[in-house]
Write a protein that binds this ligand. Structure first.
Ligand SMILES: [Zn+2]
Ligand SMILES: [Zn+2]
Length: 88
């Protein structure tokens, strides 16, 4: 259940995404729920250091309309609402 501006990461492959448009679906990568990066946490610091917005790839969920920007891209499969997210 993403909200605009929130950052999520996958504990398996370390893929990191930023929510551009919120939706009701739960973001999944590598078959498990992505973890939200809390503001002010160590992960947040790590995220800002590695932030590369210019290279961001966008994915959208056709079911709930949730849209994300990939900050740190990996080969992990992104899913929302039980299906693969579509690359924009
Ligand atoms: Zn992953
Ligand atoms: Zn969805």
């Amino acid at each position: 259940m993403g909200k605009k501006g929130q950052t999520y990461f996958c504990e398996v492959c370390r893929q990191k995404v930023e929510v551009v448009k919120g939706g009701f679906g739960i973001l999944v990568c590598c078959g498990q729920e992505m973890k939200r990066v809390e503001a002010g946490s160590m992960m947040e610091t790590w995220t800002s250091v590695h932030h590369k917005p210019a290279e961001g790839t966008s994915y959208i969920c056709k079911v709930c309309g949730q849209k994300i920007n990939v900050i740190n891209e990996t080969t992990g499969i992104l899913e929302c609402c039980g299906q693969r997210m579509k690359r924009e």
